[in-house]
Every structure is written in C-alpha cells, then in structure tokens.
Design a protein around this ligand. Structure first.
Ligand code: ZN
Length: 233
C-alpha cells in the first residue's frame, strides 16, 4: 500500500472508525463486520450447501428436519467460543445480532433456505432470560432475519414457566424435562410453513429436538435448523 493511500485510510478510520465486532480493533474493510485476522480464525462450515452434513447426522433418527446447518467451525478455546461466551455471559447481545447477520447473508443465497417463512429462536427459560436480560438465540434470529430478509418471531414457540432449570437434574430427568418444556402458540398460523429454528451452539441437541418435535406435532409444517456452531457431543 502506498504511503498516501495508507495515510488516507488512517484519516478515514479516524473519522469513521470501523471496528471489527469480534476483536474490537479498527480495520479497513468497510463492507465486512470482521477484520481479516478474525475472519481467518472464524471459519464458515459451508454446511448450508450440503444436504448431508454433521448437523443433519446429529439429529438423524431423532426428529424429521427438512434441512440443518451451522455457520462456523467450532474450536474449543477458539475465537468463536469466546464470542459465544460474550454473547451468553458478558451482556453482549450485539455479538449475537452480528453473527446472525453474517449467517443470514450466507443462507440468503442458498436454495433450501430461501423458502423459509419464519425464523424462530429457541426460547430461553424465563428465569435465565430475566438474569441475562435477553435471549441469545433471539439476538441471532434478529440478525438472521436482517441478513435473510425474512421475518423472525418469538410468539409461536414459548417455554413454560413450570419447568425447573436443568442443572440440578439427572441426565434422564433432564431429557424428560426438556421434552415438556415448550408450547406452540397460534399453531394454525404455522400450517404449511417452512420454519427455521435457531439456537447458538448445538451440543446434545436435546433442546432443539424437543422444540422441533413440538412444532411438527402442532402444525403441518417443515422445520429446518440453524445454529452458529456445532460443538462435539
Ligand atoms: Zn478482528
């Protein structure tokens, strides 16, 4: 880069600082939410272009999903895990919106996802939501909706207030508990629709499985699944 161009860039950055949402450093690519260094560390999976992928495999035989994908590769201790941590525990809802936007722009150009009617975030337990101040899945859904130019809504799938939080229960109790934790509201509005169910990181998938099953039982709809990352089981 020539010195003049470099100084020009610096001048522009001085007046229009363009911060990378992942590392908060200023960077010179105005069209991108992330700097080049962070983009190198946060790698897209491209699962949305594959009918069979590790996300579909995770749910095979458990629930009938139309399509399923995650946005980025998950590495333990990596930058993406740090971002998810900020989103869930450090009061950074904007990180979820931004990750969702990037994800949404990816899905917008892909055939099976262009028929999505509603983006539906996995509801958070009301106690947790109260403590956190927001539902991280809803933040991702909001960004996805922007990126895909689709509608997102929290009104169709809700979490009942009478289920306990998961931590003190045995694995089997947890499974039974999560199966009954969700309710579908206004199911008739979901008839014939293609729903994209959204969460942050998929681990066991039990919550997503329960949500998808509830939606499929309540209405003649198709359910696809989108999450930021797939963690090892
Ligand atoms: Zn960065």
């Amino acid at each position: 880069m020539s010195i003049i161009r470099q100084s020009l860039t610096q001048l522009v950055e001085l007046f229009y600082p363009n911060l990378c949402f992942a590392c908060q450093q200023s960077h010179a690519a105005p069209k991108s939410a992330m700097c080049i260094r962070c983009e190198f560390h946060i790698v897209p999976t491209q699962y949305h272009t594959m009918e069979d992928n590790p996300v579909m495999e995770r749910f095979a035989g458990r629930v009938q999903l139309a399509h399923a994908t995650t946005c980025f590769e998950f590495t333990k201790g990596g930058l993406l895990q740090q971002l998810i941590h900020q989103l869930k525990y450090k009061n950074e809802p904007q990180v979820g919106v931004e990750l969702g936007r990037i994800f949404g722009r990816m899905l917008k150009e892909t055939a099976p996802y262009d028929t999505v009617d509603y983006i539906i975030p996995v509801p958070l337990h009301p106690k947790k939501q109260h403590k956190r101040g927001y539902n991280q899945a809803a933040m991702i859904a909001q960004g996805l909706a922007e990126g895909m130019q689709k509608e997102w809504s929290e009104k169709y799938l809700i979490r009942n207030t009478n289920t306990a939080t998961q931590t003190k229960k045995s694995r089997l109790d947890r499974f039974a508990n999560v199966q009954n934790a969700f309710d579908v509201v206004q199911a008739e509005a979901l008839e014939g629709k293609h729903l994209l169910l959204v969460d942050d990181v998929i681990t066991t998938g039990a919550t997503l499985e329960a949500c998808a099953s509830k939606l499929l039982a309540a209405a003649q709809c198709r359910v696809s699944l989108g999450a930021i990352a797939l963690a090892s089981n």
